[in-house]
Design a protein around this ligand. Structure first.
Ligand code: S3P
Length: 438
């Protein structure tokens, strides 16, 4: 289905509480499903990806009850499988579009004597799974896969701990190995080349599991076997979803937007640093902490005269999901913005590196790209066009943000992909553009 966006003639004004954090929601549901006892979760993101995790843990034997939905998200009561372990489901588990569901489940299932097939949609079937299977095989799990892609059959149990040096900074790899380590004999550690998001390290202690983190924070370890105990978790708002509204406000003259209740985990806030380097006026104010995560508001006041910047490879893990948005903002700067070390974008929900270059090019931007880099010239001008989200939620939102400053309408094919992480994105954006103030 295509959706047409017209350029805005007014600033973005107002306050939006964006939905619950996708990464923390997946972990809260999964850890609660693994735990002994009943956990109460609030603020859980109600999106296609998180629904995939809820369906998966239900098929594996956890009991999930919907205990209410509010503006901040879903309330869930989860009775975990605990010491009994997951049961073997009758059919393959469909992880939909969700890489986090699939990869974290590979780690969970590796620890139990079950044989489970994991599958997903066409996008997920294209994404690499060897990066997860390889360390888990070293720990004793078995994977029957076709060329390292889905569908994959996991046969687990009898694991021993391992010290794994991951070639990629990936929280999905790190978490899968640590979750398998909870069921392995001895210590399991993961060392990353750069720090990826650390939500698992922050949330596992709430479920009674100690996670050791080295001084440089690049190595995380657990000592197994250890079991999880149910707890209550409140999920804060998603900084990656907030980024799209923050970026939009940074681009549209006169805008003033407040985004409260956002997880302010530094491993996720690279986009704030980059927008500030571009000259945007962002105020980040911590108001407290929820479930081990710092939480607060992000306020953006439009400021003219944005400039291009270089995003270094070292920064990329902290803004990996925000590159499509930052590339759009880069058009509204003076100078060139260069993204280095962004090869990982090629194996996201789409080949995002190619898709950003192609889509921005269609909008009239001047873009150059290589294997793992991207450059966007700050020409300040975009025209209308028809763009494809390729079923990728972050591209759909990036193109909608681009439409705010385009000279003509932007039609986005498969805009409904936003349901993966931010189902009411269009409504929230429209509320800000139609508002006359707070
Ligand atoms: C996620 C980790 C990141 C991110 C994804 C969610 C997670 O992927 O891109 O949207 O919740 O652990 P990688 O770990 O593969 O970088």
């Amino acid at each position: 289905m295509s959706t047409r966006f017209v350029p805005v003639e007014r600033p973005l004004l107002g306050t939006v509480r964006v939905p619950g954090d996708k990464s923390i929601s997946h972990r809260a549901v999964l850890f609660a499903a693994m735990a002994e006892g009943t956990s109460r979760l609030t603020g859980v993101l109600d999106s296609a990806d998180v629904r995939s995790t809820i369906s998966a843990v239900t098929a594996l034997g956890a009991r999930v009850e919907f205990s209410g939905a509010g503006p901040a998200g879903l309330g869930l009561t989860v009775n975990g499988w605990g010491a009994a372990g997951p049961r073997t489901p009758a059919t393959a588990i469909d992880c939909g579009n969700s890489g986090t569901t699939c990869r974290l489940l590979m780690g969970v299932l590796a620890g139990w004597p079950v044989s489970v097939t994991l599958d997903g949609d066409a996008s997920l079937r294209r994404r690499p799974m060897r990066r997860i299977a390889e360390p888990l095989e070293r720990m004793g799990a078995h994977f029957a896969a076709t060329d390292g892609r889905l569908p994959v059959r996991v046969s687990g149990g009898g694991l021993h701990g391992a010290a794994y040096a991951s070639p990629v900074a990936s929280a999905q790899v790190k978490t899968a190995v640590l979750l398998a380590g909870l069921r392995a004999e001895g210590e399991t550690s993961v060392t990353e080349p750069a720090l990826s998001r650390d939500h698992s390290e922050l949330l596992l202690p709430a479920f009674g599991v100690s996670v050791c983190v080295s001084e440089d924070r690049l190595t995380s370890s657990v000592a197994g076997p250890v079991s999880l105990t149910a707890t209550d978790v409140a999920v804060p708002a998603d900084p990656s979803s907030a980024a799209f509204l923050a970026g939009a406000a940074a681009m549209v003259p006169g805008s003033e937007v407040v985004l409260p209740g956002v997880a302010l985990n530094p491993t996720r806030l690279g986009f704030v640093e980059v927008l500030r380097r571009m000259g945007a006026d962002l105020c980040v104010e911590a108001t407290g902490s929820v479930g081990g995560e710092a939480v607060g508001s992000i306020t953006v006041h439009y400021r003219s005269g944005l400039v291009g910047t270089t995003v270094t490879a070292a920064e990329v893990p902290s803004l990996i999901d925000e590159v499509p948005l930052l590339a759009v903002v880069a058009v509204c700067t003076h100078g060139t913005t260069r993204f280095e070390g962004v090869g990982e974008l090629r194996v996201k929900e789409s080949d995002r590196l190619a898709a950003i270059a192609e889509g921005l090019g269609r909008l009239g931007a001047v873009v150059r790209s290589g294997d793992d880099w991207l450059e966007v010239d700050g020409t300040g001008r975009l025209h209308g066009a028809t763009l494809d989200s390729l079923g990728d939620h972050r591209l759909a939102m990036a193109w909608a943000v681009a439409s705010l400053v385009a000279a003509g309408p932007v039609t986005i094919e498969e805009f409904e992909a936003v349901s993966v992480s931010y189902p009411r994105f269009a409504a929230d954006l429209a509320a800000l553009t139609q508002s006359t103030g707070k």
